[in-house]
Design a protein around this ligand. Sequence first.
Ligand SMILES: [Zn+2]
Ligand SMILES: [Zn+2]
Length: 166
Amino acid sequence: MLNLNIANVGEGLKKSDSIAQPAELDLDKTEEFHYPLHIAFSVEKIGRNIFVDSEIRTKVDFLCDRCGELFNQHMTESARLIYTYDGDMANKEEDDVYVISESTTIIDVSEPIRQTLLVAVPQKKVCRRECKGLCDRCGANLNVESCNCHTDSMDPRWEALRNLIK
Ligand SMILES: [Zn+2]
Ligand SMILES: [Zn+2]
């Protein structure tokens, strides 16, 4: 659980930093999130709304789609959440608007932060632009070794020879 104390939020910008573990945001079962999450909050109360801007920095583990190797990289994501005392505001179909009561002093930002991170995981993960991937014939990781599958298959005589060896 990741809570933000809004008891003393007055007019003007209030900044605070938090460190959360993936388990606190229910992210520990994911493939990607195993490192601490550094979250910088900027909270501002304007009228009957509290604007929470968050910037989340962490490191993520990805499996490369090309070579299958694990790699990690930095991720920085931001999320703007709006908490309002005004029920009508939430009906304007704004994405991240949550209604709170006048007596609310602690808000739980776990779920929106969790969603922000999950959505940020790219569909395609490649360890580096020049990743050569795996050979589609022998499965060799072409980043660390080379194989002869593609060069000698050009020549049918070699193909015949290889069939003899098998
Ligand atoms: Zn790769
Ligand atoms: Zn090969």
